[in-house]
Design a protein around this ligand. Structure first.
Ligand SMILES: C[S@@+](CC[C@H](N)C(=O)[O-])C[C@H]1O[C@@H](n2cnc3c(N)ncnc32)[C@H](O)[C@@H]1O
Length: 257
């Protein structure tokens, strides 16, 4: 592991305090510079896309190579990583002492940027199930405002209404139970907070949707339609729901009153 960036230990302690004591009891004492709620075993990953995420090589090249290729595959030509991060931070209205959760953070490519938008005791917690991804995040993207927790997003280890902003980019289409994950994200979102997701989007034109879904199914990803996430956010009482589709991606954000 690399040397601690200034303040990274304090950031990790702030992240630790957000975890429910009962969940923290199960943390792996061997984990260095992050909190591991799963332990040494990798959970079995049923699909090719999920298996890729626990591959050390994919984790190492994710930020520089894998994601840019994914961005092109989504038809997001011309959208730089920096621009996408800035747009995410805007959707979440990040600032000051906020507590921010980046679900399925991968190697922390968004988490660290979110942290850079905060000040004081503000903390961006990157949360992911993959050990190689979290290890990479700890190496590349730790800071005095960014820290990492390894766990399963289908059961977030935080109390209700813990976070001012909750984000999940480029993961809901590959997690086994995306709606459970979204319910968990909504549970931990505090009143006044913002949520933002980026996931897949299938054309409303039936033959295109069918072709996309078939291709996606073979690698184990899911194609969502336009109405699913706005409907979930509406049912949860969220307001200011904004949706943007670009290529085969959709961005949905909303505000909890
Ligand atoms: C494609 S990466 C997205 C990384 C980053 N958010 C981005 O936008 O580039 C998807 C991530 O989802 C994580 N993931 C998959 N299932 C998960 C689960 N049940 N809980 C937490 N993370 C999960 C994978 O380990 C992987 O790091």
């Amino acid at each position: 592991m690399t040397k601690n960036p200034d303040g990274a230990d304090a950031a990790l302690e702030r992240a630790r305090k957000l975890i429910r004591p009962a969940d923290l009891q199960n943390a792996d004492p061997q984990a260095q510079n992050y909190i591991d709620l799963i332990g040494p075993e990798d959970a079995p990953q049923p699909t090719a896309s999920q298996r890729a995420m626990i591959n050390t090589i994919v984790a190492a090249i994710y930020e520089r190579l894998w994601r840019p290729v994914g961005v092109a595959a989504f038809g997001l030509y011309g959208l730089s990583a920096q621009k996408e991060r800035e747009e995410a931070a805007e959707r979440l209205r990040l600032r000051g002492n906020q507590q921010v959760l980046d679900v399925a953070c991968g190697p922390g490519n968004f988490t660290n940027f979110f942290g850079s938008q905060l000040s004081g005791d503000g903390i961006a917690v990157g949360f992911d199930i993959s050990r190689p991804m979290i290890a990479q995040a700890v190496r590349d993207n730790r800071s005095s405002h960014a820290a990492y927790v390894r766990g399963d997003a289908r059961r977030l280890p935080f109390d209700d209404a813990t976070f001012d902003a909750v984000c999940c980019y480029a993961a809901l289409y590959l997690v086994p139970d995306p709606f459970v994950v979204v319910d968990e994200m909504l549970r931990v979102l505090a009143p006044g907070g913002r949520i933002a997701i980026m996931t897949s989007y299938g054309s409303e034109i039936a033959p295109i949707h069918a072709a996309l879904s078939l291709g996606a199914k073979t690698i184990g990803v899911r194609i969502f339609d336009r109405s699913t996430f706005p409907a979930i956010f509406t049912a949860a009482g969220l307001v200011d729901i904004k949706q943007q589709t670009r290529g085969t991606a959709q961005y949905v954000s909303a505000h909890r009153l």
